[in-house]
Design a protein around this ligand. Structure first.
Ligand SMILES: [Zn+2]
Length: 274
């Protein structure tokens, strides 16, 4: 997996002293091990802080042992490959739909795929900092696809899947985020946990952003037609982070600080779901 992950546990151990973590040098004083005395330099020293401790890890967040799947919607190469992305693939409900789409953009032509990718990378970093394994549906923002059916199945080994998008309503008055969940789900258990994930995402997003309740109560939309969600075997939601044609929201989406704010809200929703 990512080399960043391999250095994470010592960082967490040194900074958070999390309960339940073992192997972090927290020897029990009641059971001293006299057979292998520890060299002083091998023990953690408060006077020599690890420079890696400047990471953005938030104290108290420990997702070690968890696996989170992130799907940054669309892809940077989709627009120049219409034949591939218009190819029909299974929609998870017995029909077909196009492999993928190009996504929307702001009025200044900032593409949705760039926004989705930027937020996904920041979220990946936050999850990695918290000790989680992260599975991504795509490795860069220059390729084509993957198709929507694969955007459900790539996450089979994960605890949950979050698909990141932004919406492109024609009206510049449209404002706010909404969360989409499959209905019906692929099984009762997945449907229940997906609904809970939608609730947590909506709540955490609403702490920082406007909920667009035109899509449903608590800005949660239930749809049978989205192949990524239909094909997911784990709890899954799509978060439409905002409206790209809304000038105010476009400004936030185009800024790095705004993208970080979206990633923070998604991270909180994931933590709350666990
Ligand atoms: Zn999209």
């Amino acid at each position: 997996m990512s080399p960043r992950h391999s250095v994470l546990v010592p960082v967490l151990c040194a900074t958070l002293a999390l309960p339940g973590l073992t192997g972090c040098g927290a020897n029990s004083p009641s059971t001293p091990d006299t057979s292998t005395p520890m060299a002083p330099e091998a023990m953690s020293s408060p006077t020599s802080p690890d420079p890696r401790n400047t990471a953005t890890t938030k104290p108290g967040i420990d997702l070690s042992g968890r696996t989170v799947a992130i799907d940054p919607g669309h892809n940077g190469g989709n627009a120049s490959h219409p034949k591939e992305i218009n190819r029909q693939v299974p929609d998870g409900r017995g029909g077909t739909k196009a492999c993928n789409t190009t996504g929307t953009s702001t009025n200044s032509d900032y593409p949705e795929t760039d926004f989705n990718w930027a937020v996904a990378q920041k979220l990946e970093q936050e999850l990695d900092d918290a000790g989680a394994e992260v599975v991504m549906s795509r490795d860069d923002n220059t390729g084509v696809g993957p198709c929507v059916d694969e955007r459900g199945t790539f996450a089979d080994d994960a605890d949950l899947m979050v698909s990141i998008h932004a919406n492109g309503s024609e009206s510049a008055q449209a404002k706010g985020f909404h969360v989409i969940v499959a209905e019906p789900g692929s099984s009762d258990a997945v449907e229940d946990d997906s609904n809970r994930l939608a609730d947590e995402m909506s709540n955490s997003m609403a702490d920082s952003f406007t909920p667009n309740t035109a899509y449903g109560k608590n800005a949660i939309s239930r749809r049978p037609d989205l192949a990524g969600l239909n094909n997911a075997s784990v709890p899954a939601v799509i978060v439409e982070c905002g409206e790209m044609r809304n000038p105010g929201e476009a400004k936030t989406m185009e800024s790095e600080s705004g993208q970080q704010k979206y990633a923070d809200a998604l991270m909180q929703g994931i933590v709350d779901w666990y």
